[in-house]
Design a binder for this molecule. Structure first.
Ligand code: ASP
Length: 307
């Protein structure tokens, strides 16, 4: 049984970006699935799918990641292999093209799980990652506009209360990317992001935190998106995997953890899941979340509940 699901971030996707987001998730799922079919290697398939999303400037990961309050890009990523619980993650990395590849290096080449900031960058250069500027003109423009509004008092940005900010500007969220892949019982999950728009420098969200943004066991895998501060507090991806461990199907596990969010932290959140029976699920409490999945005999692309 082989299957793959990807997401392009929960939030509010402006209509004019729907086609690009849809095309982007479709392409990523196809890239990953094609590899999965040929090789049966879910780690490489997951990495290839996430890289395809990172390289697509419409998503908030890799090229086109959102800017911090001080106009830089600090990216987070993680990957986890369900059968062995091996995991690798990076937080606050700058000037590399594909953070998911660096997370994989942490998993495969070190005895650690998470490297952050300067140390992670030193490791990246040692691993041969070249300098790359992921900032796109569009993101820079958006940042300048917001900064100006903030400075003139036209916009209030209570970023210490991130959920308030996102309630007012749901379009600021979204674009984080993630993937869960299964091949003959081996489940892998991976997630990559630029974080939340206008975040304070040094802020680390859920994405690189194993259990929060990404988790996989031999029973199921999950990748989350949304306001990291909420996802961390409910340990979202691990919770979904715990449901799948006791026999809850991937779609029901995704719904159950979104219910937990809605009745506790109440923050904007989305999740994708696969269980070891090959069931695929996703759920979100945001206006939308681009999703694509492919499994034997079935292909599905989705962007909005109204579509
Ligand atoms: N979860 C990401 C973070 O908080 C953001 C997102 O998914 O859009 O860093």
């Amino acid at each position: 049984m082989k299957g793959i699901i990807v997401h392009g971030g929960s939030g509010k996707w402006p209509l004019e970006k729907w086609e690009k987001a849809k095309e982007g998730v479709r392409e990523a799922a196809q890239t990953g699935y094609e590899y999965l079919r040929k090789s049966g290697d879910p780690v490489e398939a997951c990495v290839r799918a996430v890289m395809s999303l990172e390289d697509n400037p419409v998503f908030n990961a890799g090229t086109g990641a959102v800017l911090t309050l001080d106009g830089r890009v600090e990216m987070d990523a993680s990957i986890m292999k369900g059968s062995t619980l091996e995991a690798g993650a990076v937080a606050g990395v700058e000037n590399i093209k594909n953070p998911i590849l660096l997370a994989r290096k942490v998993m495969e080449e070190t005895d650690h799980v998470l490297l952050a900031g300067e140390g992670a960058m030193k490791f990246a250069r040692a691993m041969g990652f070249e300098y790359y500027n992921p900032i796109t003109e569009e993101r820079r423009k958006k940042w300048m506009e917001l900064k100006e509004k903030f400075e003139t008092g036209e916009a209030e940005l209570p970023w210490h209360k991130m959920q308030e900010l996102i309630k007012k500007h749901p379009e600021l969220l979204g674009g984080t990317v993630g993937c869960v892949a299964i091949s003959d019982g081996e489940i892998v999950a991976g997630t990559s992001t630029g974080g939340v728009f206008f975040k304070l420098f040094g802020r680390v969200g859920d994405t690189p935190l194993i259990g929060a943004g990404t988790y996989a066991t031999s029973f199921g895998g999950a990748s989350a998106t949304g306001i990291g501060e909420g996802i961390i507090r409910v340990v979202l991806s691990k919770s979904a995997c715990d449901f799948m461990r006791i026999g809850v199907s991937a779609p029901k596990a995704a719904e159950a953890v979104i219910d937990i969010v809605n009745s506790s932290v109440k923050t904007a959140t989305g999740i994708i899941t696969i269980d070891n029976m090959g069931n695929i699920g996703f759920a979100h409490n945001t206006p939308t979340m681009p999703v694509a999945y492919i499994k034997e005999g079935e292909e599905f692309v989705y962007i909005s509940p109204d579509e």
